[in-house]
Each structure stands twice: as C-alpha cells, then as structure tokens.
Ligand binder design. Structure first.
Ligand SMILES: CC(C)(COP(=O)(O)OP(=O)(O)OC[C@H]1O[C@@H](n2cnc3c(N)ncnc32)[C@H](O)[C@@H]1OP(=O)(O)O)[C@@H](O)C(=O)NCCC(=O)NCCS
Length: 214
C-alpha cells in the first residue's frame, strides 16, 4: 500500500469509514473533498473538508494518494463517476485495506479497491477497480467482484461466485457458490441468491424450505 497521505473524495458515512481504515493501517488522511459546500472548512473526525472535488488539483499524485469516499447506495454510478474523474485527472488510487482485514496473498485487488474493517478476501479471489468489500464481508476463494461493485457489510460471496461490475450486494446477503450476479444488479439486504441474477436485475428475500432428510 502507498505510504503517501490520502485525500478522500466524499466526506459522508462511507468516507469516514475509509478514513478509519486508512488510519488503522498507519496512513495519514490529509483532507476530505466533498461537493457539499456547506461543510467546506469544517472538520470531520479530525480531518478538514478542504473543498470540492476540483480541489484535488492541489494534492499532486507525486505527494498524495486518493481514495473514493462515496458509498454504495442503490446506484453505484456516482462512485464510479468520482473514481473515473479522479483517475482521468491522474490521481494515484491504490487499494485501501484496513489493518483488521484479511487479504490472501493470491487474491488480486484492482486500483482503488477497498477491503474494509474485518473483511476477508480468500485465495484466488479478485476485487475489481474501485470495488468495495465493506465491513466484515467475506469474498470466498476464487470469487470475483467486478469493477465498482459494492459488497455490503457482512455479505458473503461464496466460492467462485461472480459479482458483475457496478452491482450492489446488500448487507448480510449470501451469494451461493458459482452463482453470477449481473452487471448493475441489486441484491437486497439479507437475500440468499441461489440462481443467476440478470444484468440490471434485482434479487430479494430468503426462505428455508423444510425437507424430512438432507
Ligand atoms: C432492496 C432495497 C434496496 C429496497 O429497494 P426498493 O426497490 O426501494 O424497495 P421498496 O422499499 O420499494 O420495496 C419493494 C419491495 O421489496 C421488498 N423488500 C425491500 N427490501 C427487502 C429486503 N431486504 N428483503 C426482502 N424484501 C425486501 C419490500 O417489502 C417490497 O415488497 P412488496 O413489493 O411486496 O411490497 C433495500 O431494502 C435494501 O435491501 N437495501 C440494502 C441496504 C444495504 O445493505 N446497504 C448497505 C450500505 S453500507
């Protein structure tokens, strides 16, 4: 991980979680940038909100890294847009890994991927550019999380499952082994996904059915 101080784009809840993850790994957070002008000049969790995204120009990539602080929401497009604008401006966007997270040596993290507090990424798994593995989520062996996808707190992506680019997996959801969740799809909090979800589709709910024997 980069040892430069970080600027975080987005000072809301997700940005603050990212700040904590960076600081847990001994990294400095130099500033938040946020489009909400009413918070410019204020301090959030001890970090100054130094301006809007345009202020990134004052934090050259030779001396600062950048992290995306925009959260999952139902629509991951805003986070992707902030990432792509920062990348186009030449920002250094290394992966962010909380000190309490576990990432296998054989897992792959794309630029700006985030593996947050107590999340686990197992052998052979891959996390795409700008994708988030949020608090205590688990990405099992050989599973793939696409670019800018969001895996919510305590969600579990089982072995070999595939989460498409820009998909959103809600808190506590389980995606069963080898199942594909399509690009831009939405998996609701607590869902158990047993069959492929089409691109842009939505999966809701879980339900145990009782059988006499296993
Ligand atoms: C699915 C979700 C996005 C809501 O979607 P929505 O389209 O706005 O849903 P609505 O609230 O309009 O509800 C639509 C239907 O889905 C159902 N529904 C909503 N959330 C559900 C869930 N988690 N599980 C099962 N059913 C759910 C509603 O009961 C409703 O059913 P009905 O049509 O039979 O009345 C939301 O409930 C959710 O799960 N969000 C994830 C939040 C999260 O994990 N965030 C992590 C951030 S760090």
């Amino acid at each position: 991980m980069s040892a430069k101080p970080f600027v975080i784009l987005g000072a809301g809840g997700h940005g603050r979680v990212v700040a904590d993850a960076l600081r847990s790994s001994g990294l400095e957070v130099a500033a938040f940038l946020d489009s909400d002008r009413s918070i410019h000049g204020t301090s959030i969790d001890g970090v100054r909100v130094a301006g809007g995204d345009e202020a990134l120009a004052g934090y050259p990539p030779a001396r600062y890294s950048a992290a995306i602080g925009v959260g999952g929401l139902k629509d991951t497009r805003r986070r992707r847009a902030v990432f792509e604008a920062a990348a186009a401006a030449g920002a250094d966007l290394p992966p962010v890994v909380a000190a309490s997270a576990v990432v296998s040596a054989s897992a792959r993290l794309g630029p700006g991927a985030q593996v947050l507090t107590r999340a686990v990424v197992h052998p052979g798994a891959s996390i795409g550019a700008g994708a988030v593995v949020n608090t205590a989520a688990v990405v099992e062996h050989d599973a793939a999380v696409g670019d800018h996808a969001f895996v919510g707190p305590a969600a579990v992506i089982l072995g070999g499952a595939r989460i498409g680019a820009d998909a959103f997996v809600g808190a506590g959801a389980v995606v069963l082994p080898g199942i594909r969740v399509g690009a831009g799809a939405l998996v609701a909090a607590g869902a158990v996904v047993r069959a492929a979800v089409p691109d842009g589709g939505k999966a809701l709910g879980r339900g145990a059915r009782l059988r006499r024997s296993r």
